[in-house]
Write a protein that binds this ligand. Structure first.
Ligand code: FAE
Length: 527
């Protein structure tokens, strides 16, 4: 079938497969009509982050026609540039009136369907990516493979050998992971913050590691030589990168689209999922414009549903649909949730007499401090950039700790919203580790805890890595099929039980590859 051909289904949806084209929707959009439509499709994926992108590619390669519904914008198609950290604009926040970075939110905004969203709970704020590419649009691109011992501890039932010999290398290749050249790192003034951070860490007795990334470092070298437009060297990252970063729209999703079997509908937010008597699903979907206004209500009926809305999005959909439509849920849904041990902290007065951490900083982190094997204070931390356009002699760190006490996500029917059982008691050990780390760094190098950042220098409430709640093998079978369902699969960060010890997208991608490969092998998607 010609994918340009649009077939509109009748309100009484005719069964069978209809591949959608958006021309009619666009026409309606232009006239600002509230249209109501009903579609029958075989396979729907919700969400275009890591889990959704992997599922889309492998299903399309297997010859399946797939519709991917994404609530965020297709930025490439829209042709709207991403903003940088110093001048937040359209891409900088999801429908907010003010910027929502972890600090310095002094910038007023006109609400727009931006790339970065923040979900505020009582004791924790969770940042997520929105748009075609999900979290890959806003993240720092750090592509870290977990420590094998810890991977085995977190996933005792998975074949670690196969992951380390096959899935992780596969994911590195598909995501275009590469490593900065040591010479460039040594010479480039934009990496002073890393050089200082590593030197200080060594002086304090810590071990450092080089961190691979999906940002194309050869492009960055050209940026530095002014041969190409600047992105990482122009403070672009958490509001999107205009160049250089191999986000999912340039890797998995591009490959999936090239098969001709994928249709991505952006600005399509799924509100509820209902299971029908024949075990298929009906999705209630709202199409919005970039101001967040609903321009169409749509119903999608699908035989197979892949839920890849990210940990919080997936939990929201499952728990809300359970409350509204009695969607059957396993008793473990929402349990075994964690913040991946995220704990932000920083130090002031870092080498103030010798240029500090540098006035100009690349936004792409390449250094990490690995203290994971310390029995008393196990943590890994990124040596994070703080590109403020001037030298603030401040070092920023995102610690990743074990999660000794897991949380739970549940649904509050009164406010029709998610709630999180998570408070100070969940982060006690993380705080201890941060305190230990900062003290040791300051003793060896001078400096103070950065009392002006976060809460007196400690950001226990900052979470970039929500994980868990639909844990693989607990509320799903061994390949992500939700227990109690025949046709619903969870493929995203919610499969990981709250912790993985490093930045998580390499693991999320590898687990998704493993699950979808086996689901396809078992003919789960023969519709
Ligand atoms: P995710 O990438 O979040 O994608 C879910 C998608 O579903 C999003 O596009 C949503 O808009 C969409 N969606 C949600 N609800 C709906 C709905 N109802 N209807 C339609 N669409 C929906 O999921 N990790 C690393 O490994 N390295 C890093 O350097 C790193 N840096 C980060 C920096 C920041 C600022 C942030 C916020 C995160 C960072 N992460 C990093 C975390 C990483 O991006 C995250 O773990 C993954 O993106 C999660 O992947 P998922 O596939 O679970």
């Amino acid at each position: 079938m010609d994918r340009k051909e649009f077939i509109r289904t009748s309100a009484l949806a005719i069964s069978g497969f209809y591949f959608l084209h958006s021309e009619l929707f666009r026409a309606a959009e232009r006239k600002n009509l509230q249209i109501k439509e009903n579609f029958d499709v075989p396979i729907v994926i919700i969400g275009s982050g890591y889990g959704g992108a992997v599922s889309a590619l492998r299903l399309c390669e297997a010859g399946k026609k797939v519709i991917l519904l994404e609530m965020g914008l297709n930025w490439e198609k829209a042709g709207i540039p991403f903003s940088n950290l110093l001048k937040p604009g359209k891409s900088s926040a999801w429908l907010k009136k003010k910027s929502i970075a972890p600090f310095m939110n002094i910038f007023p905004l006109t609400p727009f369907t931006g790339t970065l969203d923040r979900l505020d709970f009582e004791s924790i704020n969770i940042w997520v990516g929105r748009g075609v590419g999900g979290g890959s649009l806003v993240n720092g691109g750090m592509a870290v493979t977990p420590k094998e011992n810890y991977f085995k501890e977190v996933f005792p039932n998975l074949d670690a050998e196969k992951f380390y010999n096959y899935y992780f290398p596969l994911v590195h290749k598909e995501l275009k992971v590469n490593i900065i050249s040591e010479q460039f790192l040594k010479d480039c003034p934009y990496y002073k913050f890393t050089r200082v951070g590593e030197k200080e860490a060594h002086k304090a007795g810590f071990k450092t590691i080089r961190v691979p990334n999906v940002y194309d470092f050869r492009y960055m070298e050209k940026e530095f030589r002014n041969e190409v437009p600047r992105s990482a060297l122009n403070t672009e990252v958490i509001y999107g990168n205009n160049y250089g970063k191999n986000s999912l729209d340039k890797t998995y999703l591009k490959k999936a689209l090239d098969t001709g079997n994928l249709e991505i509908l952006d600005l399509h937010r799924v509100d509820t999922i209902r299971m029908n008597t024949d075990k298929s699903y009906t999705l209630q979907v709202q199409q919005t414009d970039t101001a967040g206004t609903t321009i169409a209500h749509k119903i999608f009926n699908c035989k197979k549903l892949v839920l890849s809305a990210g940990t919080m999005g997936t939990l929201q959909l499952l728990l809300h649909s359970n409350a509204i439509h009695d969607l059957p849920l396993h008793k473990h849904i929402g349990k075994n949730w964690g913040n991946n041990g995220n704990f932000m902290t920083g130090r002031n007065w870092v080498k103030p007499l010798s240029g500090g951490t540098g006035a100009r900083q690349s936004t792409i982190p390449v250094g990490g401090i690995d203290n994971w094997d310390d029995a008393e204070h196990p943590f890994f931390t990124e040596i994070a950039p703080l590109p403020m356009g001037m030298d603030v002699a401040t070092a920023l760190y995102l610690l990743i700790n074990r999660v000794d006490k897991k949380g739970e996500v549940y649904y509050d029917p009164t406010n029709q919203s998610l709630k999180l059982n998570w408070d100070k008691s969940n982060t006690v050990k993380m705080r201890e580790n941060a305190r230990y780390f900062i003290r040791k760094m300051n003793q060896a190098n001078g400096g103070t805890r950065s009392h002006f950042l976060f809460h007196n220098g400690f950001g226990a409430d900052i979470c970039y890595h929500p994980l868990g709640g639909c844990v693989l093998g607990e509320s799903t079978d061994e390949y992500g099929k939700l227990k109690g369902h025949e046709n619903l699969y969870i493929l995203d960060g919610s499969l990981i039980p709250g912790t993985i010890g490093v930045n998580p997208f390499v693991t999320i991608t590898a687990i998704a590859e493993y699950c979808i490969e086996n689901l396809i092998r078992k003919n789960e998607f023969s519709v």
